[in-house]
Design a protein around this ligand. Structure first.
Ligand SMILES: Cc1cc2nc3c(=O)[nH]c(=O)nc-3n(C[C@H](O)[C@H](O)[C@H](O)COP(=O)(O)OP(=O)(O)OC[C@H]3O[C@@H](n4cnc5c(N)ncnc54)[C@H](O)[C@@H]3O)c2cc1C
Length: 394
């Protein structure tokens, strides 16, 4: 049957992550945002606390968390700073294709290096001319005696400037679309790999975002993660496992915007009363709470399905799309509740508003999630009611 309560272990993990977020992340969130600086010391602190490589199995030195536990942790970190949360979780995104599709030797060699030696790993499908249309990638992989030679450019790569490895998706033939895509483990010190400079952004400014240019990069057969034709599926399987965490980021971001709104509304006096007395403000806060609750439940469901070994492709799209929209709506209303102060950098809602927008864009835009959901509803959804023709009054 259904049980909505967290276990004692999950509550303990939530407490640990919340304490970490309040102690290590919150005090430096504004500093890293304004400096647009990569929070390497916070990432190191997360590593020391065992909060960095959540999804890597214990066998390879990771935390061995299920996806639900990962969501519990990242909601807490994101509530303190969405940009730092993105930076911390990116090791899970980068490593997930290896966790899902790597062979034993690759897991032992690369995952263990990441967990034992504090290495960072990024993930790269996107290119300057392609983000949503993953099957339309142009970065080339040419086989050469079992090795592959990579040429092309990847763009918007989170943590890329500091990464020791990047899981790179490339195609043996762009004409073959998804059937031509392969995936590779690329150590960034390989000859021909060039990591670009940090690209300035609207929000989540402490997360590092760069281009990765590949010029005649030779990748040995030991680092072929998915052969041509398998890479696209591996990419989609990875997203199904990471999109619930984006939902959890969005919940954390929205939750803080709501909490700050309550605090502000209880203090700000207008027309002789604090604004929490006005129903227009109370209803905004009620909407926030209702939407955050729903977003968290959808996120947990998508994570739970993955942990049960079920196909969570659909539920992860629903969770990501819903929670991202909630974060945008809640942070927008939070700025409104703060009035003119909401528009200043004085209070944290201005930052959360900028940070929230990214959730609707990366790891598949909100439109892409709706394409996935509508395909299911229009083609696979099983109707409970008889066909319309049978219930129509003639
Ligand atoms: C800060 C940041 C960090 C990122 N980190 C990474 C990373 O680590 N690794 C990585 O690989 N990528 C990363 N990305 C890239 C991100 O995943 C892409 O930006 C995203 O997938 C959208 O692709 P695009 O920007 O090319 O938009 P486009 O694909 O050009 O889309 C433009 C617009 O058209 C809409 N659209 C596209 N197709 C359709 C359609 N069929 N129907 C209706 N609307 C459509 C989109 O939803 C969007 O609104 C990051 C992006 C950002 C901004």
């Amino acid at each position: 049957m259904i049980d909505f309560s967290l276990t004692e272990d999950q509550l303990a993990l939530q407490k640990k992550a919340r304490e970490f977020a309040i102690r290590e992340v919150l005090p430096v969130a504004r500093k890293y945002d304004e400096a647009e600086e990569f929070p390497i010391d916070v990432i190191k602190a997360a590593y020391n606390e065992g909060l960095l490589n959540l999804g890597i199995p214990k066998k390879y030195g990771g935390a061995g968390c299920g996806l639900l536990e990962s969501c519990i942790v990242v909601e807490e970190i994101s509530s303190a700073c969405p940009g730092i949360a993105t930076s911390v979780f990116d090791n899970n995104l980068g490593a997930e294709p290896i966790v899902i599709g790597g062979n034993e030797e690759q897991k032992e060699r690369v995952l263990t290096d990441i967990t034992k030696n504090f290495k960072l790993i990024a993930f790269a499908t996107s290119e300057p001319t392609m983000g949503s249309d993953v099957a339309g990638m142009k970065c080339r992989a040419v086989e050469d005696g079992g090795d592959y030679i990579l040429n092309g450019a990847k763009f918007w790569i989170t943590n890329g400037g500091y990464a020791d490895y990047v899981t790179i998706f490339a195609t043996v033939d762009p004409e073959k679309k998804h059937k031509g895509i392969a995936a590779f483990i690329v150590p960034t010190d390989t000859e021909g790999v060039k990591l670009g400079k940090h690209i300035p952004k609207l929000g989540q400014r402490s997360s590092n975002t760069v281009s990765v240019v590949l010029k005649d990069v030779r990748i040995g057969k030991e680092n072929v993660l998915a052969k041509p034709g398998r890479g696209f599926v591996l990419g989609m399987q990875t997203f199904a496992h990471t999109r619930p965490a984006i939902g959890a980021f969005a919940v954390g971001c929205a939750r803080s915007a709501m909490e700050y709104s309550i605090d502000y509304a209880q203090k700000r006096e207008v027309f002789g009363r604090t604004i929490d007395h006005y129903q227009a403000i109370q209803f905004k806060i009620a909407e926030m709470y209702k939407d955050i609750e729903a977003a968290r439940l959808l996120t947990y469901k998508a994570a739970w399905e993955a942990d049960q070994g079920k196909d969570n492709n659909l539920s992860s799209s629903i969770a990501k799309a819903f929670a991202s929209d909630v974060a945008m709506k809640v942070t927008t209303e939070a700025v409104q509740i703060f009035g003119g102060y909401g528009y200043l950098r004085t209070y944290p809602v201005e930052k959360l508003f900028r940070d929230a927008k990214l959730y609707q864009i990366y790891e598949g835009t909100s439109e892409v999630q709706r394409i996935i959901i509508s395909k299911f509803v229009m083609n696979q959804y099983k109707h409970a009611m008889p066909k319309l023709g049978k219930v129509r009054k003639n």
